[in-house]
Design a protein around this ligand. Structure first.
Ligand code: MD6
Ligand code: FE
Length: 218
């Protein structure tokens, strides 16, 4: 069993969850005990399925670079957004979900009030300074009854947390290394995004932010 970094686990008391909306909460520092295992796993995954800039259905290159792990991976191209069982760049299945991802996702979902969450997909986003993710909904999963667990690593970012309609005013939630957002139930289809990443250097990750979103897609 991979229990992550036990020294980190001992040094970082788990704080109270901070509600963002009904069905969504922020768990500050929740991923810190797993950070070493998570970063090693991201390196393994992206050695096999390298980060790439996907194209939107409208033909725009996304500034955020993406990869996936799990039985299903999220992609975008001129034909639309969807989940695939194989990496279109290599023709190979996506690398399997690492145990640390699964363990963290289950623990975080339970803290957010969602028991029995077993993800089958993890989208890995890499932001460099200036990169952003415009407001969107996550709606390509087969069902929307399962939550999403989102893990922030590296440089801090501002998460835009909107409503169920695109035009609604969005909250601005600062996210730091190790923070986890759990997001489901009535919040599951809220619009959200990431403001352009500010320049900086993180002690472990350098000039980048990595976000893991764990989902049950199939
Ligand atoms: C990011 N996150 O934090 C992008 N989606 O880099 C997402 O798009 C996201 O954080 C669904 C639920 C939680 C998220
Ligand atoms: Fe999203």
């Amino acid at each position: 069993m991979n229990t992550g970094d036990l020294f980190g686990a001992a040094a970082v008391p788990v704080r109270a969850e901070e509600p963002l909306a009904e069905g969504a909460c922020l768990l500050r520092g929740f991923a810190l005990p797993w950070q070493t295992a998570l970063l090693e796993a991201v390196d393994d995954i992206t050695a096999r399925a390298p980060f790439r800039h996907l194209t939107t259905p409208g033909g725009l290159r996304m500034s955020v670079a993406m990869s996936n792990a799990g039985a299903l991976g999220w992609i975008s191209d001129r034909r639309g957004y969807r989940y695939t069982a194989r990496d279109p760049d290599s023709g190979l299945p996506w690398p399997p979900l690492p145990h640390a991802f699964l363990q963290l996702a289950k623990a975080a979902a339970a803290r957010g009030g969602f028991t029995d969450f077993t993800p089958d997909a993890c989208l890995i986003n890499r932001y460099r300074p200036g990169d952003r993710l415009t407001l969107h909904q996550d709606r390509d999963e087969r069902e929307h009854i399962h939550p999403i667990v989102s893990v922030s690593l590296g440089l801090p970012a501002v998460f835009l947390f909107g409503g169920l309609q695109r035009g609604e005013l969005a909250l601005r939630v600062p996210l730091a290394h190790g923070d986890v957002v759990v997001w489901g139930g009535p919040a599951r289809l809220r619009f959200h995004g990431i403001l352009p990443l500010k320049p900086g250097a993180h002690e472990l990750l350098g000039e980048q932010r990595i976000n893991l979103t764990l989902r049950k897609a199939g």
